[in-house]
Design a protein around this ligand. Structure first.
Ligand SMILES: [Zn+2]
Length: 311
């Protein structure tokens, strides 16, 4: 029981370092990242090891410099790391609080277009628990944003982080999809495994914009009319909306906190999630920061499953 509580309330890092290699989805450039364990209260840090100086880039809300098709963070010296969201989603979902991510290029490798490879490797390596308590915020006031037909809001919840997402595509194969997850309690395999996707007719435009140069059927689901062009088909029935939930988890981690709140989004994406977080943090009345001390755990955070294991 003790260890179970520890695993939720104490900061975690990886047991040892791990390396991934691949191409960047947009740049098409080969890149390798090494994720190293790091000390409590250091958070997630990106380090551009191809640069000698000014090479630390922190994944925080205010460093997001571009959120059009992927999430790009840039430090005060103009040094960037892009397409961080699937890796950040994996770290967030698994509750990895501290890690140093060394990267030798500008863009995180896209791997298979999902967080599957990251998650499987992290679970394989295992975690190191520290004595330091996790960083937690609780949403108190509802904060919402609309942008044309897109909308997003976050409201309070008792003990969980819920993400309720819907997409509406005129393409009939994608169509309208909805899913709702509880980040801390649900099995997130379908979320981690869901790949990025695009419409076949958009590929030409992306290439004209000098984007998606590393994109292929090995790292993205491509939909043409009523058909999925990937020979293996979809990985789960809700793969499209599930991928948007993965993106959302990764983007929420730029808050630097585990969040207790209930998020609802319709047709949003990286930009809307970032704007929502900025709006939340713009007013201190919107949230409270929990200080978890060993002997004064906030009872509101203790989920039913923990209560069961204590009993
Ligand atoms: Zn994505």
């Amino acid at each position: 029981m003790y260890l179970y509580c520890m695993s939720i309330l104490n900061q975690k890092t990886l047991k040892k370092s791990v390396k991934f290699e691949g191409v960047g989805l947009h740049t098409g450039k080969k890149a390798s990242i090494t994720i190293l364990p790091s000390k409590p209260n250091t958070g997630i840090i990106f380090k551009r090891v191809d640069l000698e100086r000014n090479n630390i880039v922190l994944p925080n809300v205010y460093n997001v410099s571009n959120a059009t098709l992927c999430t790009t963070i840039t430090n005060e010296y103009g040094v960037s790391v892009s397409t961080i969201e699937h890796l950040m989603g994996a770290l967030y979902g698994l509750g990895i609080d501290n890690a140093l991510i060394e990267i030798n290029s500008q863009e995180v490798p896209i791997m298979d277009g999902s967080a599957k490879i990251f998650v499987e490797k992290f679970l394989d390596i295992g975690f190191e628990l520290s004595e330091a308590p996790i960083k937690l915020i609780k949403i108190i006031n509802k904060v919402s944003l609309e942008d044309g037909s897109k909308s997003i809001c976050i409201d309070k919840s008792n003990v969980s982080l819920d993400i309720n997402f819907e997409i509406k595509y005129s393409n009939s194969l994608i169509g309208n999809q909805k899913n709702k997850i509880n980040v801390f309690e649900n099995n997130l395999s379908d979320i981690y495994n869901s790949r990025t996707f695009c419409l076949y007719e958009d590929i030409e435009n992306l290439r004209k914009m000098d984007l998606a140069k590393g994109g292929s059927l090995d790292n993205a689901v491509v939909v043409k009319d009523n058909e999925v062009l990937n020979p293996e088909g979809l990985r789960n029935k809700l793969e499209f909306v599930n991928h948007k939930i993965l993106d959302c988890m990764g983007d929420l981690y730029l808050s630097g906190y585990k969040i207790i709140g209930s998020l609802k989004c319709s047709q949003g994406g990286h930009s809307l999630t970032n704007r929502l977080l900025r709006k939340v943090f713009a007013d201190k009345n919107n949230y409270t920061i929990f200080e978890i001390k060993e002997k004064s755990l906030p009872h509101t955070y203790i989920g039913k499953s923990i209560l069961k294991s204590i009993a």
